[in-house]
Ligand binder design. Sequence first.
Ligand SMILES: [Zn+2]
Length: 191
Amino acid sequence: MDDYHKEPSHHGLSDLLGEKMEEETARRICKTCHRSGLPSEADECSSCDNMRALYDIRKELAEWHAEKYGDERLDRFEFDEEVFDRWPYLKENHVDGMWYLDHSIKRGLDRILSSRMNHYQEGKGVPYWKRSTTKVWKNATSRRRGEVVSRKSPLVSACCFDVGTRMKGNDGWTYLVKLRKDGTNFWSKKK
Ligand SMILES: [Zn+2]
């Protein structure tokens, strides 16, 4: 058998399907978490869609709670039938109280950020087994030559955001995602 016939391409499959299919799946990326492999009619994956719904409900619920219960602690609020009537989505998703709602949103946010980090590193050619070395959430303080210094830029990695994204830093100033000469993202203080 000659070299050409050892290749699977001799079936002609890669010409017919292979490259075209790859191109199409690569294009289908969730607009929020940047994960690939979306169904063709969606621009956001179901996990992000779910997270967005919970986030919107949380905003409405917090306002409604403040109006109805005033200073009572929102974080200890257990949902009752009135809440489930107003926001049936909570009941459908078995979210039974504020603590669990906040926990779900936090977990969803962590998933989005680590998925974005993975997508960023994939784009930079970092092999998958090395990708967990860059932390999504940074420490607010660190030790430098025995002294405690606090981080000035935002506590989340710039790698999770597009160049040009603005965010408030740990020091209260506005920071902007910029590109280093080596092609990596970093937070730059806005002047
Ligand atoms: Zn997504």
